[in-house]
Design a binder for this molecule. Sequence first.
Ligand SMILES: [Zn+2]
Length: 169
Amino acid sequence: MKKEIFGALVEINLKQLEKDDLHLQGVLPAEELDIPHDDECIELQEQVHYNLHASLQGHFVLIRGLVRFVLDCECVRCLNLFRMPVELNFNELLALEGEESVEIKDDSIDLTHYIREDILLAYPQHPLCDEDCDRLPQMPSRKGNKRGAHVESKNSSSTWAELDKLKLD
Ligand SMILES: [Zn+2]
């Protein structure tokens, strides 16, 4: 059974699932996910695409599929803005019974919460426009990049240490 959803919560109806596997495909507005804005370097773009397959496995619901979205990031080294497309393998096994069982409302399970958690886990700790980005803020010219030492550390604090050195010169 195929179910197309746009702009709603991602729900699995257990009555339907008992009859047949469910295919859920649609677009979830970022605002529905209520993502906190703790990290000023990263922002979720407005739409999250999902393509999920749900099946009943005894007392469990197995949900697998893909969740795709784009993050607007600010590079922690050069402060350039860049886009980071993310494709997540969504894989959840939800218990219908027992202590760890999932919340069921009107015969339905709301997957929005699980998608939200997965998106937050995918947020990069230190967004970099490029893995090798060693450009310093306010130094757009690559020609000026003649420093002998390559910045090995992925830690942004090293950038500030480099800046301090430059100020002394
Ligand atoms: Zn950068």
